[in-house]
Design a protein around this ligand. Sequence first.
Ligand code: BF8
Length: 616
Amino acid sequence: MKTIDKSAENLIKRAAKDGIELVWDRLEKQQPQCGFGLLGVCCSNCNMGPCRINPFGEDPQRGVCGASADIIVARNLGRMIAAGAAAHSDHGRDVVQTLLLASEGKAEGYEIKDIDKIMSVAAEFGIDTEGEVNKIANDLARAILDEFGIEKGRLQFIERAPAVRRERWEGLGILPRGIDREIVEMMHRTHIGVDNDYTNIILHGLRTSLSDGWGGSMIATELSDILFGTPKPVKSRVNLGVLEEDAVNIVVHGHEPILSEMIVVASKDPEMIDLAKKNGASGINISGICCTANEVLMRNAIPIAGNFLNQEPAIITGVVEAMVVDVQCIMPSLGEIAKCYHTQIISTSPKAKFPGALHIEFHEDRGLGIAREIIMKAVENFPNRNKEKIMIPEGTIEFFGGFSVEAILGALGGGLDPLLDAIKAGQIKGIAAIVGCNNPKVEHDGCHVKLTKKLIANDILVVQTGCAAIANAKAGLLHPEAAGLAGEGLRAVCTSLGFPPVLHMGSCVDISRILVMAAAIANALEVDICQLPLAGAAPEWMSEKAVSIGSYVVASGIFTVLGTVPPVLGSKGVVELLTNGAEDATGAKFTIEVDPVKAADLIIDHISIKRKGLGI
Ligand code: BF8
């Protein structure tokens, strides 16, 4: 089966009937995929190549420069980490720029929404918090812009990690210095003839990834909270059925909340709603796809149309007036599919243009005005619908999101103690972070849901972000009633708090919230993160960002199970390092397990070992 998402199933069939090619068809046409590529042993880093290595030959083969399979695999992996870290961190940088402009009164529509958070983050950066808020915001934005360079030589947010963890990083020589510096250095090291020690390359990969998790991603999360509000529990609805037949449907897709927040604001403007009515619609319906969906869900309860593999089927519904995209995880196929419908793909970032898209460039100084312009385009497109092509799936699923660390602590009465007590008493055996993408190589959403169900049944609290969270929302697991599927202990805790057994903590950059929570638990118990009954999993991952995430999660001391195979199997050395040697260095390691039920068993065993280690 291609998907377990009932709302997408018929749309995929309809696309096949209408001869519209979707991601699954393109994957099939790519078969057999390049064996060298799958093993990670092809290299085109210089023009003596491209080279590819047969790692199974009798004589160890080498590329033209002399690089072994170990070196080539490590270099390729290093570049994947650098690309992923760059994506998250550039997103973070855009949020800092917006805060900077807002503090100077140059960003139309933006204001500082979370005063408590700006004060606490400013204090972390040693900024005087006595003065006027805009002055504090300006000082903070400038201080954070420094985190991208190298002036200070040590990222500020790593101070949130337990001291023992920072000492471990220091000992390994992987304390992240500046975000841009680590990424650039990885590109330098992997240039022809620079770093040719695979262990040294992988260690720098961990450092680069730490500059994402405890740097770029954490900046994106914290400053988005400052500008748009720190999430609180919200109720919403999910799946492609959230699209409405009578309304102008605008789907926001991509990652950064900067424009989508303004679209949400502008969509409530009576003038925009009147315009929609004049064009024959009942109103304006905003929904989201991918991490933009998670951002506007967390802070505005906006419904979610779907995750990564729902982006093409969304257009097949025939009711999307505009799909507004910014950066990351946006398929370049959208424009082609939209040609068969009235949907207008609207690109907005100067960094990301797409074939067949109308480009309305976003600039922070006119954020609200541009959002209005985009909404007007969508509204004017409503009369162009072809009624014969409309196919909206029936029924939506209710779910809860908005579980920031602050919201979780608030529900626990202000401190971690009730959670720690439940863990010590064994009501909650441990916590698993299930994150990451969809990948058409595996059943859409299936691995996320099977893994999550088995973990909660075994009293493991699951925290989620990204497309994983959307998958489980669609499966009904992000609802307090899903506590009925949990083990006795977890069920009792969820029932007393009114919580679902699976907590939606936000978008992929919000995995930084999970790091903050892990650090807080470790600090409270006076142990290192690697001693805690925690685990991570990315059952359907596909993006380079996910490679960076997995790396910083392991580097932070959390055992991580990957559900799709990374391109590293061509190197015995790198595989040994990631699945074994990493444990000596970081106290955690990777495991690859494609079967989600077996992956759950690995996590359950790991959590039980860690509990024994803590004597609980
Ligand atoms: O950053 S989970 S498919 S949407 S990469 Fe992309 Fe993967 Fe979804 Fe969010 Ni994360």
